[in-house]
Design a protein around this ligand. Structure first.
Ligand SMILES: [Ca+2]
Length: 104
C-alpha cells in the first residue's frame, strides 16, 4: 500500500498489486543428457526424458520444451506439465531403401 500526499492536504490511498515475476531459471537434473537409440526405433518411441525444476510458482515455474527447427525433421518433444519433464521421441524414420528391399 502507498499513501500519496499533496500540498493541499488532500490524500489518497493507492493499492499497488505486484504480480509474481519469473525470476528463477529452470535447473536441470543433469547438465548433459545422452541417449543411444536403435535403428529399430519406430515413430513415437521415447528416446530420453529431460527434467528440470523451477523455484518460481504457477505459470512462472511451468516448463515447455521445444526443439530447434532443424531438429524437428526426425524428432519431437512432449512436455509433461505435471513433472516438468520433456520426452524426446522419434517423429519420422528414414531408413535406407536397401533395408526395405532386404526385408521383403
Ligand atoms: Ca521460472
Amino acid at each position: 500500500m502507498m499513501i500519496v500526499s499533496c500540498s493541499s492536504a488532500a490524500s489518497a490511498t493507492v493499492t499497488v498489486l505486484i504480480d509474481d515475476i519469473n525470476d528463477h531459471v529452470p535447473v536441470f537434473t543433469q547438465s548433459v543428457y545422452r541417449a543411444v537409440m536403435s535403428e529399430s526405433y519406430d515413430v513415437g518411441a521415447s528416446i530420453v526424458s529431460i527434467s528440470a525444476t523451477d523455484a518460481d510458482t504457477g505459470s512462472n515455474a511451468r516448463l515447455l520444451y521445444s526443439l530447434r527447427e532443424q531438429d524437428r525433421e526426425h524428432f519431437t518433444v512432449d512436455s509433461v506439465e505435471a513433472t516438468n519433464t520433456g520426452v524426446l521421441k522419434v517423429y519420422r524414420v528414414s531408413r535406407p531403401s536397401f533395408l526395405d528391399s532386404a526385408s521383403k
